[in-house]
Write a protein that binds this ligand. Structure first.
Ligand SMILES: [Fe+2]
Ligand SMILES: [Fe+2]
Length: 197
């Protein structure tokens, strides 16, 4: 990486920018064919599985919020159910991004310099997601505190929290897709050994 994360707002994006360098490998290895490639059974397949577990966790949290808001879960039941799951997701995301930024992104850039800008963008995404995680945690805490208050305050805090959570999940989903478009074709092209596996 160049050491300078590039800030391209995740919520305004529909994919990686139209930059020829970033699409060379993806054009050769389109997403629909990834699982037919023999190099998918290793690092890249593992990456996709981790990303799918984040997508799944995001959906489960959103489902839990909907259950509370639509009256299928009481406030205390929801809080008991929700808090450990949210903390687990935040912890896993934090570790995952650290491993990417510190260990893998430098190896990927080393292997393919034309993707440098792409990894600067992904690193910028990690900063954006972390800022969203912080406001998500604040909204979650405000909501948990509001459970001691009257119903109006609970509703207000729940709506605010649901909005923060939707935003976070949308940002995460965009980032996961764009990251895969950059990383998976590179690993398929070079094989796991290039990256020390
Ligand atoms: Fe990432
Ligand atoms: Fe990732």
């Amino acid at each position: 990486m160049t050491g300078a994360p590039e800030h391209l707002p995740l919520l305004d994006r529909t994919g990686l920018p139209d930059d020829e360098n970033l699409r060379i490998l993806l054009a050769r290895y389109p997403r629909a064919q990834w699982w037919e490639h023999e190099n998918i059974h290793g690092l890249s397949g593992h990456w996709l599985e981790i990303h799918n577990s984040f997508r799944e966790a995001g959906k489960i949290l959103a489902g839990g919020i909907a259950d509370y808001r639509e009256g299928r879960k009481s406030a205390p039941d929801f809080a008991r159910w929700f808090t450990p799951r949210l903390n687990r997701l935040l912890g896993h995301l934090d570790t995952h991004h650290r491993i990417e930024d510190d260990i893998y992104f430098p190896k990927f850039v080393e292997a393919e310099k034309r993707l440098t800008r792409g990894f600067d963008i992904l690193e910028g995404d990690h900063h954006q997601i972390h800022a969203a995680l912080e406001s998500n945690a604040e909204a979650a805490n405000a909501f948990l505190r509001a459970l001691q208050e009257n119903e109006d305050k609970q509703r207000f805090a729940a709506d605010n929290y649901a909005m923060e959570n939707e935003k976070l999940v949308a940002m995460l989903t965009r980032h996961l897709d764009d990251e895969e478009d950059l990383i998976v074709p590179l690993i398929l092209d070079r094989g796991d050994r290039t990256f020390g596996h």
